[in-house]
Design a protein around this ligand. Structure first.
Ligand code: PLP
Length: 285
């Protein structure tokens, strides 16, 4: 079956799904995106993803190209046309197509909207979670507003490739004070020796993950102690458990950081329980 994408009002076969060479997403990374999990053919946490999208657009003064309701229809239609049982939908909105100039184009330039979807292997994801993943760390060299979900992802691309080159799967960024900010494409968490779950507070230095928000709800329901604060790399090395959260990985155990074994080198009970409970707390559309 050929894949279908939505581009600016049309559902198209992948080979015809193109944007203009002067699209500002292509020229300047002047664009934002969202990734939503699809499970049993349903969009997970669509409302929260669209709310975060609206915030990202607002921060950059890009117009929302259609109402949240209409956008939800497009997302579900792309997932359905690609027959996604388990996988993801990706959407990107750029400031539109205009002659290359750093300043904003005229306000009547329409933003561009593109949506794609693809299947993922639930078995592969679960196998990874059963083993846990290795992480390496890298200096956080991103811009100061990573709370906005822009497509300007070059530091994350390089950090992730660095992880792969070192036989790891994810990279954690570390700020100038030696504190972990987040992963290249996921939020970072530890469980201390005392059993406290710690993740960085959501300021301009991290993306406020939708999975992070839902996991905080699960943690509260499980009556675990949680602290939203920066933690050092040393605390991470000494943690009892570590994990990352993102829409496609859910709560994914981390079993080594920079070659230091975390806990006993196996996924711990806290992350296993959070992963199991996640979908009881997420919204399925
Ligand atoms: N942090 C970064 C830098 C990300 O790129 C992502 C996801 O892409 C996340 C955190 C996790 O966000 P979410 O849980 O909404 O997928």
């Amino acid at each position: 079956m050929s894949r279908i994408a939505y581009v600016n009002g049309r559902y198209l076969p992948f080979r015809d799904a193109k944007v203009h060479v002067e699209d500002r997403g292509y020229q300047f990374a002047d664009a934002v995106y969202e990734v939503c999990e699809v499970r049993d053919g349903r969009l997970i946490d669509e409302r929260r993803h669209i709310e975060r999208l609206q915030r990202s657009l607002g921060e950059l003064r890009i117009r929302m190209p259609m109402s949240p309701r209409a956008l939800g229809v497009v997302l579900r239609e792309v997932a359905a046309r690609n027959r996604i049982g388990y996988g993801l939908v990706y959407l990107q909105i750029s400031r539109g197509v205009a002659r290359r100039d750093f300043a904003f184009p005229s306000p009547d330039v329409e933003p561009s909207l593109a949506v794609t979807a693809r299947s993922l292997s639930i078995a592969r994801n679960e196998a990874l979670a059963a083993k846990g993943i290795a992480v390496i760390t890298a200096p956080d060299n991103r811009w100061g507003r990573v709370d906005i979900k822009t497509v300007g992802l070059l530091p994350a691309v390089l950090a992730r490739q660095g992880a792969i080159d070192h036989g790891a799967r994810e990279a954690w960024f570390v700020d100038q004070d030696g504190k972990v900010t987040e992963g290249a494409s996921a939020n970072a968490w530890i469980v201390t020796a005392a059993g406290v779950v710690v993740t960085r507070h959501a300021d301009h230095a991290i993306l406020r993950g939708i999975t992070r928000t839902v996991v905080l709800d699960v943690i509260k329901a499980q009556k675990l102690t949680v602290e939203e604060r920066a933690f050092t790399l040393q605390e991470a090395y000494a943690a009892r458990e570590a994990f990352v959260t993102s829409a496609t990985q859910l709560a994914m155990p981390v079993v080594s950081i920079d070659g230091h074994t975390i806990g006993d080198g196996k996924p711990g009970p806290v992350v296993i329980a959070l992963r199991q409970e996640f979908h009881r707390f997420a919204e399925a559309g």
